[in-house]
Design a protein around this ligand. Structure first.
Ligand code: CA
Length: 216
């Protein structure tokens, strides 16, 4: 899953990004509204974390512009904690709202919920390909045994599981699994797929030649 963090406070921005990356998410960052808008309009994100008080273009205007274009889940982050602000955010098309200071644990839980809902799968447990994928524990088990995956391998399994039964193209996987600061070699995806197959069996991820990958 690829996330965009639009936050002008440097320590907070990098702290949030680090926590999200530790979970295996690909994270892009923007330090002001203009950069945030550019990234939101040019790449595809699974969740956008949006601060309200931002230089150049504020969070309200950004929210309006993001909503004009699409349905990407938006989690608003703000120091303001008044009812009219929360109502304004939600009525403006935000999907959730978190007031600073917040715990990173809660931020991660809200991000997970937005990802599930964005994919149309509100349940945190998915059974696919003979394995159980627990989106909260971020774990994959088979016959009760936990399969050790790297965060990026897990992210790939999670993405395919959330789109279970559908063929996901390589382009879509590259767009959703890697951030804008990552050097993505053209065979990187094959390496991850191959490693996952070693752990979960060759048929766990199916290749559709010329189309992409799929978990049944
Ligand atoms: Ca701010």
């Amino acid at each position: 899953m690829r996330l965009l963090v639009i936050e002008d406070e440097p320590d907070l921005r990098s702290g949030i990004a680090r926590s999200l990356r530790d979970e295996g998410y690909a994270v892009d960052m923007a330090a002001d509204g203009e950069e945030g808008l550019f990234k939101a309009e040019n790449w595809t994100y699974d969740v956008i974390l949006l601060d309200i008080m931002l230089p150049r273009v504020d969070g309200w205007e950004l929210l309006r512009r993001i909503r004009r274009r699409g349905t990407t889940p938006v989690l608003m982050l703000t120091a303001r904690d008044t009812v009219p602000d929360r109502v304004r955010g939600l009525d403006g098309g935000a999907d959730d709202y978190l007031t600073k200071p917040f715990s990173l644990e809660e931020l991660l839980a809200r991000v997970r919920a937005l990802i599930r809902r964005g994919a149309g799968r509100p349940s945190p447990v998915i059974e696919a390909g003979g394995a159980v994928i627990d989106l909260n524990a971020r774990s994959v088990t088979r016959q009760g045994e936990r399969i050790p995956l790297t965060p990026r391998e897990y992210a790939l399994v999670e993405y395919l599981a959330l789109h279970r039964g559908k063929v996901v193209s390589r382009t879509e996987l590259y767009d959703h699994l890697f951030g804008d600061d990552e050097d993505t070699m053209s065979n990187l995806l094959d390496v991850h797929v191959s490693n996952i197959r070693k752990k979960l069996g060759h048929d766990f991820i199916q290749t559709r030649r010329g189309h992409g990958y799929c978990i049944e």
